[in-house]
Write a protein that binds this ligand. Structure first.
Ligand SMILES: *Cc1c(COP(=O)(O)O)cnc(C)c1O
Length: 424
């Protein structure tokens, strides 16, 4: 039987009715490491990165992996070794970049609420840019930099007020968003920044949202950014690099986001047409680099057929896979060894004591107790958002590279969980 690929998941395939990621049979990993278990394909991560690299071929670009999507050290290492920089949103992420061998000089520091301690740490490490989100933050950063005898390299995150047409919780570029500097205040914020002795203006940035599956929001945001650059430079402040953020979606459920290479060829044509083609560029992709590189393997604990609903209770839960509970997100769920015929329609749920603890609604599956399932597209915003709710230890993580499988995170033990607590 020839391998049978899953749609939109080129690194996953059934061979002789067993699910493989690259050259590894996933049930073998479960036997060795247990469930729930995250497994990532290094090849899928590098293929996703290559699509961006093709799109930007011949351009002066710094691709900064937005590591909040998946901040495990082994994943950071893959991107650092491939030449990526990083987009960080906390001092903890700064420490992870340094620990994994990433370069501070290729790191940009984003986020609406950086603390003084975090800014000092990033200045000391030598980050390439602070993506500043308010005038108040500019003042604090300038003072800190001066006190350290430095000037902080700064880009201002502008809010282009375009609708990314995605879930409201992951829309960030609309007028009423907490993110970025409002469109009509951008020029005066740049003028203020240019006057601050501890600030060196180096760029402009935006990031309009996440899981964007259409190209129009990007075209609108780029056009509006270029209008702003013209206005800022006409007001006497010059800008070097342009940073267009991240946000490109992936295929979860028959989603059809534009491929990164084709999208960027179009956006770069727009830059060229408006005379901005030779500016240094930055982008901050997160989800689109890792989302479809990962699966979460889980075991069916119990089947609980009911009058209204049939429940398939698995050993992964909302603490491992928080996206359905947080955003009503969809993940495909497939068996590691498909059965012959569907045993029914199931609500796939975890053991956590919350009705919000569901992973998939109304799924047609051939399952029985003890079967193994793979929750797909689990590489982004799963482990990095995982918690210990219900005192559940966080899952282990494996990185697959061809026939090799490395444990990049051990399963969390109860001692890991309680070691910072004190008995009365
Ligand atoms: C989260 C985030 C990103 C990455 O978003 P994705 O949708 O994962 O690509 C990029 N830039 C900033 C500022 C972010 O907050």
């Amino acid at each position: 039987m020839s391998p049978q690929n899953l749609p939109g998941q080129p690194h996953l395939a059934y061979r002789n009715n067993e699910l493989f990621l690259e050259e590894i049979r996933l049930s073998d990993l479960v036997r060795e490491h247990g469930t729930p278990l995250f497994v990532y394909s290094k090849g899928a991560m590098l293929a996703a990165l290559a699509a961006y690299q093709r799109g930007f071929a011949g351009r002066n670009v710094q691709i900064c992996y937005a590591m909040k999507a998946n901040s495990t050290l082994g994943v950071i290492q893959v991107f650092a070794q491939a030449g990526c920089g990083f987009d960080i949103v906390s001092g903890g992420e700064m420490d992870r970049v340094v620990t994994a061998g990433g370069k501070a000089a290729k790191t940009i520091f984003s986020g609406v609420g950086k603390t003084s301690a975090e800014m000092r740490r990033a200045l000391h490490a030598g980050v390439s840019c602070f993506n500043v989100e308010s005038e108040a933050e500019l003042e604090v950063l300038s003072e800190l930099a001066l006190s350290m005898g430095m000037r902080a390299p700064v880009s201002i995150r502008v809010n282009p007020n375009v609708d990314p047409k995605t879930h409201p919780y992951i829309s960030t570029g609309l007028k009423d968003s907490k993110f970025g500097v409002a469109h009509q205040r951008v020029v005066q914020t740049y003028q203020r920044a240019a006057k601050l002795a501890g600030i060196q203006v180096v760029g402009i940035d935006c990031h309009i949202g996440s899981q964007i599956t259409q190209e129009e929001p990007y075209l609108d945001a780029v056009a509006r950014m270029l209008d702003l650059v013209q206005a800022i430079e006409a007001a006497g402040v010059s800008i070097r690099h342009l940073d267009f953020g991240g946000g490109l979606g992936i295929n979860y459920n028959d989603d059809r986001p534009p491929p990164a290479d084709l999208l960027w060829k179009k956006l770069l044509a727009l830059l060229d047409a408006r005379g901005f083609g030779d500016r240094p560029l930055m982008i901050e992709p997160g989800r689109s680099l890792v989302g479809n590189a990962g699966v979460c393997l889980t075991e069916v604990l119990y089947l609980k057929p009911g009058e209204q609903k049939n429940f398939c209770i698995i050993d992964a839960a909302m603490n491992d896979l928080p996206r359905p509970a947080m955003y009503q997100a969809f993940h495909q769920i497939v068996p590691l060894t498909p059965g012959v015929e569907a045993s029914g329609t199931w609500d796939v749920v975890g053991p956590v004591c919350e009705s919000g603890d569901w992973i998939g609604h109304d799924r047609t599956l051939a399952v029985k107790q003890g079967d193994l399932l793979a929750v797909l597209s689990a590489g982004a915003y799963c482990m990095s958002m995982a918690s210990n709710y219900n005192s559940r230890g966080r899952a282990a993580e494996i990185l697959v590279d061809g026939t090799q499988a490395d444990v990049i995170r051990q399963r969390e033990t109860i001692m890991d969980q309680i070691s910072k607590e004190n008995l009365l």
